[in-house]
Design a protein around this ligand. Structure first.
Ligand SMILES: N[C@@H](CCC(=O)N[C@@H](CS)C(=O)NCC(=O)O)C(=O)O
Length: 197
């Protein structure tokens, strides 16, 4: 499998998940110019033009973080309870990451966004991270004692919050620091060129 990624982008959640799941993968980096580091036009691979994209062994391309994460969980039997409420809670949390958290970061990456748009999105993010902190409570991971696909996504969203100066509850700061020591997270960071903090 090939994961098309950009360093530090939301594709990092899939990267962490692939490692945690123990699946074999190859990384292909996509630049801002939409060229892959092996010299291809990324839009011929994913016409949507964004990462992550996962190329399966038969050449099929899967896109959308939520779907790629669910695919990795399904194929590996890891990172998502097979059934029971924890299965649905993990999917619920992953959908929350994509629709309520990730989407509110857009103005921070969009060069034409106004200050007012950034402030509004920032307020939403503070509220959404508050909800996540409540859900985390005293647990090690968001859903319980086991890491799930929602944690892989949350880790990346918290890194973005730190980068953009979005204040998050202390509990999430501690969670993020803990996650950095999880071997799959540390490996993904190293493979994407981030020195271990
Ligand atoms: N709906 C997509 C959004 C993915 C996305 O926003 N990717 C960003 C990186 S975090 C990207 O590649 N942006 C560059 C672009 O859209 O041109 C998903 O959930 O996977």
């Amino acid at each position: 499998m090939i994961l098309y990624y950009a360093p530090g982008a939301c594709s990092q959640a899939c990267h962490i998940a692939l490692i945690e799941a123990g699946m074999s993968y190859r990384l292909v980096k996509v630049g801002r110019d939409k060229q892959t580091d092996d010299g291809r036009d990324f839009k011929t691979i994913n016409p949507k033009g964004y990462t992550p994209a996962l190329e399966l062994d038969d050449g099929t391309i899967l896109t959308e973080n939520l779907v790629i994460l669910a695919y990795i969980a399904d194929k590996s039997g890891k990172l998502l309870a097979r059934d029971g409420l924890d299965h649905w809670r993990a999917l619920e949390a992953t959908a929350f990451m994509t629709t309520e958290i990730h989407s509110n970061f857009r103005p921070f990456f969009f060069p034409d966004a106004t200050q007012a748009e950034k402030e509004k999105a920032g307020m939403m993010l503070v509220m959404r991270f508050g909800t996540i902190a409540e859900q985390l409570g005293d647990k090690t991971f968001l859903i319980g004692a086991q890491m799930t696909i929602a944690d892989a996504y949350l880790f990346v969203m918290l890194a973005w919050a730190a980068m953009m100066g979005i204040a998050v509850p202390e509990r999430l700061g501690a969670y993020s620091a803990r996650m950095k020591s999880v071997p799959s997270v540390a490996q993904a960071l190293a493979e994407e060129g981030f020195a271990r903090a």
